[in-house]
Design a binder for this molecule. Structure first.
Ligand code: PGA
Length: 242
């Protein structure tokens, strides 16, 4: 099997530079013996990128951002371009996280533009998709996910791409999607793709206590972790899963 295992943390709007440095000192010491089969990514706030990038030299953690704009430069107050990210050592960028879709007007169209710009600059985008509780209860999960994938991926290459299935009702709630159900939906996502080797992650209340069960699922190639990536011991517990 060619699919890469990727364990990614999403710090969201948490951690100043000093808090980030403190985290890394503790975290790096705890993942020394993590099996080689997995890539570890930290998606940190923009202000932490440079300092985290320096502290990563010589170890296996990869740096990620939480968003990327589609233009190279311009009058886009508050946005950041792919080349600004790659220059400080960023390899991955989350695109279309549900919090961006819900609170900041992100649509499948803007997601699509961001994905293409990220790839054009050599960044690997992590495309997030997921349904709300109402959509799930109304039996619309598959259709919502298929639309997000189809519309998001128009013209997007599938060889430098990661997808994260994050049911919105499971994010930050402590309520994890049953791993068999996450596996099923990820299978639906995989059926939409032309490249069978795309890494597809699960995200939503992943913690040290449920990581092994999640990673034991045949379709799940990694996780995108919010809350539990903020404490070094918790995130190390996830990275070191058996
Ligand atoms: P959570 O967040 O792990 O805190 O549920 C996941 C995410 O939003 O990526």
């Amino acid at each position: 099997m060619m699919r890469k295992i990727i364990i990614a943390g999403n710090w969201k709007m948490y951690k100043t530079q000093s808090e980030a440095s403190e985290f890394l000192m503790e975290f790096i010491a705890q993942i020394d013996d993590a099996p080689e089969d997995r890539e570890v990514v930290l998606c940190v706030p923009f202000t932490d990128l440079a300092i985290v990038s320096k502290s990563l030299h010589g170890n296996r953690i990869r740096l990620g951002a939480q968003n990327v704009h589609w233009e190279e430069s311009g009058a886009f107050t508050g946005e950041i371009s792919a080349s600004m990210l790659t220059e400080v050592g960023v390899r991955y960028a989350i695109v279309g996280h549900s919090e961006r879709r819900q609170y900041f007007g992100e649509t499948d169209e803007t997601v699509n533009l961001r994905l293409k710009a990220a790839q054009a600059s050599g960044l690997i985008p992590i495309l997030c998709v997921g349904e709300t509780k109402q959509q799930r209860d109304a039996g619309q999960t598959e259709q919502i996910i298929i639309n997000q994938i189809k519309n998001g991926l128009i013209g997007v290459a599938q060889d430098k791409l990661v997808i994260a299935y994050e049911p919105i009702w499971a994010i930050g709630t402590g309520e994890t999607c049953e791993s068999a159900e996450a596996n099923r939906v990820i299978g639906v996502i995989r059926d939409q793709l032309t490249n069978p080797n795309v890494t597809i992650q699960y995200g939503g209340s992943v913690k040290p206590s449920n990581i092994s069960e999640i990673m034991a699922q045949s379709q799940i190639d990694g996780v995108l972790v919010g809350g539990a990536s903020l404490a070094a011991a918790d995130f190390a517990g996830i990275v070191n899963y058996q």
